[in-house]
Ligand binder design. Structure first.
Ligand code: PLP
Length: 368
């Protein structure tokens, strides 16, 4: 029975070892220095106090399995957004839904499109599903509708587009999204990743609800992570019923845990906290943009809760040098070389203390 050519240990299926694992934002400062974590676009105000109370409350009942359909959370979301709960699937962070969409709609060799500076997980999930990533150039650090449409082939099965995008913070106005959708063949699944939708206050922006409602091939994904519940892992999608049906067959039976369900419901109901978070973000994103610009650093115009800051090309004041300088002082930003920005850092909008601290430190750094 022995086969001399058989591997001597288990081998991952083809393609797995070609995946570059996701590298999360750093989360440590040197010993004795106060940490200001500005690397993962978390909420500087912390979780909603109502979500904290709900999570504490459910802690005593963790022996019981959660509702496998997260029905009450879907109903809370449906009510808050004016949707039908049957069109919502909740997930363990929206990352999970993105992965499930790739697993469900990509066969080996199928193509999936995303843009040059797109959110990194798309590539991971496309490769994990055996798909071929098709990476489209951006224009001025923004998705380019014509370039995306030109990349569509008969093998294209999915288009992933974050609107606004991370790490650039740029967005496409909704007439551009509609034009993009109108140019796609109907068999291409258009995944609109609206992770930062709550932060966008522009008249020409829409998260995608109406487009999902009026199409068979569009899904919108959302997350609680950027609004104070990154640790609870809660995401969801709004999608046509046939897509909901397919995803429900592929997902884990209890993919959203009991703490996530209860904290999520409480957070949905805490409108005042959402308002406070968005107002804080608006105020400090504007202030930070002005301050960085005054320091001579270019900032990509952002509608999210973070900023992409570009450093000079000279070696002394490079992004890597700034990153080291800031980290030493407890300000932990996100290096974005992997996103195609070797000379930029992404900074989450932080507390007033953190925001002022970063600007003070950088102004010293640039004089050094
Ligand atoms: C943060 C983020 C997500 C999802 O995060 P989860 O914590 O998995 O919900 C999705 N897309 C983009 C563009 C993001 O920045």
């Amino acid at each position: 029975m022995s086969n001399t050519n058989a591997p001597t240990r288990p081998q991952p299926k083809p393609g797995v070892m070609d995946i570059d694992a996701y590298v999360p934002g750093k989360s440590t400062a040197p010993a004795g220095v106060k940490l200001h974590k500005l690397s993962s676009n978390e909420n500087p105000l912390g979780p909603s106090p109502k979500a904290i109370a709900a999570a504490r409350e459910v802690a005593g009942k963790l022996d019981i399995y959660p509702d496998g359909t997260a029905r009450r959370l879907r109903e809370a979301l449906a009510e808050a957004h004016g949707l039908n709960a049957a069109n919502i699937v909740c997930s363990n962070g929206s990352d999970e839904i993105l992965g499930l969409l790739a697993q469900t709609y990509l066969s080996p060799g199928d193509e999936a499109i995303f843009t040059e500076h797109a959110f990194m997980v798309y590539k991971i999930y496309v490769k994990a599903a055996g798909g071929t990533p098709v990476i489209v150039k951006e224009r001025d650090e923004r998705a380019d509708v014509d370039a995306i449409l030109a990349a569509v082939t008969p093998r294209t099965k999915i288009l992933f587009l974050a609107n606004p995008n991370n790490p650039t913070g740029t967005y496409l106005p909704f007439d551009e999204i509609r034009r993009l959708h109108a140019g796609l063949p109907p068999h291409v699944l258009f995944v609109l990743d609206a992770a930062y939708a709550e932060f966008v206050r522009r008249n020409d922006y829409e998260a995608g609800i109406e487009l999902v409602s009026s199409s068979d091939n569009v899904v919108m994904t959302r997350t609680f992570s950027k609004l104070g519940l990154g640790g609870a892992r809660i995401g969801w999608m709004y999608a046509p019923l046939p897509i909901v049906d397919a995803i429900n067959r592929m997902r884990g039976p209890f993919n959203v845990n009991a703490v996530a369900i209860e904290a999520g419901i409480a957070a949905v109901h805490d409108r005042a906290y959402l308002e406070l978070s968005v107002t804080h973000n608006e105020r400090w994103r504007t202030w930070l943009t002005e301050q960085f610009t005054a320091l001579g650093l270019r900032v990509t115009p952002s509608v999210g809760n973070f900023l992409l800051v570009h450093f000079p090309e000279d070696g002394r004041h490079s992004a890597a040098a700034a990153d080291a300088y800031l980290t030493e002082r407890g300000y932990v930003l996100r290096a974005v070389t992997g996103y195609g920005f070797p000379n930029a850092l992404r900074m989450s909008v932080g507390t007033e203390e953190a925001n002022r601290g970063v600007i003070d430190a950088l102004s010293e750094f640039l004089k050094s």
